[in-house]
Design a protein around this ligand. Structure first.
Ligand SMILES: C[S@@+](CC[C@H](N)C(=O)[O-])C[C@H]1O[C@@H](n2cnc3c(N)ncnc32)[C@H](O)[C@@H]1O
Length: 196
């Protein structure tokens, strides 16, 4: 087993508990044809300009009859907690960074069961099976939900740039908005399983 990511720091995180890792590009994996029995692409297809090309490259390195699995967040995310926090951030002046807009636009291309299925078929995967649904995380405490969402890269820089008073206000508004939903943080995801 080998882990591949474009980011050295991502691979360095909790490295002791991971398989051997190599920095690489999903569009040009450092593996020969048919090198592995299967490939898993977790929340990465929405980070590349051409998800079909990335799936095609995964197919190349997997032996015939092997498997490819992939996940992305649903473009139509039904998480009320997420929407509540994003609304509070927008009211405080947050604007999506350019890189985040890019991820969102690619995410739209594979962020539903139908679109992921189309992408998998375009990459000549077989026995394509796609499901879309909410992941029950069990995270219900608004403090945990807000901490998680505000620490994500698209939000963290904005929050860090606020004055202490403004930051406190944003956090309080996010907490109130999440508490008002009465919902756990259950993000929507699209999951692909297919064979080569
Ligand atoms: C949302 S994170 C998911 C990380 C990890 N797969 C997981 O599920 O926890 C997206 C990851 O995609 C990586 N990434 C973005 N573009 C990539 C590319 N062209 N090739 C390989 N990895 C890439 C980023 O470095 C980042 O670590």
């Amino acid at each position: 087993m080998v882990a591949v990511d474009a980011s050295w720091s991502m691979l360095a995180h909790s490295a002791a508990g991971r398989p051997p890792a190599v920095v690489g590009d999903i569009n040009r994996l450092p593996l020969v044809d048919g090198a592995v029995d299967g490939a898993a692409a977790a929340f990465v297809l929405n980070h590349v300009a051409d998800p079909v090309a990335a799936l095609t490259e995964l197919c190349r390195v997997v032996r015939p009859g092997g498997f490819v699995v992939a996940s992305v967040f649903s473009a139509a995310d039904p998480s009320a907690a997420k929407s509540a926090i994003d609304g509070a951030l927008a009211r405080a002046g947050w604007e999506p960074p350019q890189w985040y807009q890019f991820i969102k636009s690619v995410g739209d291309r594979v962020g539903s069961a139908a679109r992921m299925s189309d992408a998998a078929c375009a990459a000549h995967l077989e026995q394509v099976d796609v499901v879309e649904g909410r992941v029950r995380t069990g995270v219900t405490d608004p403090r945990d939900i807000v901490r998680y969402r505000l620490s994500q890269p698209q939000n963290a820089r904005f929050v860090a740039g606020l004055s202490q008073a403004a930051r406190r206000q944003v956090i309080d508004e996010c907490m109130a908005a999440v508490a008002a939903t009465g919902e756990a943080f259950d993000p929507g995801v699209v999951l692909l399983a297919a064979s080569t």
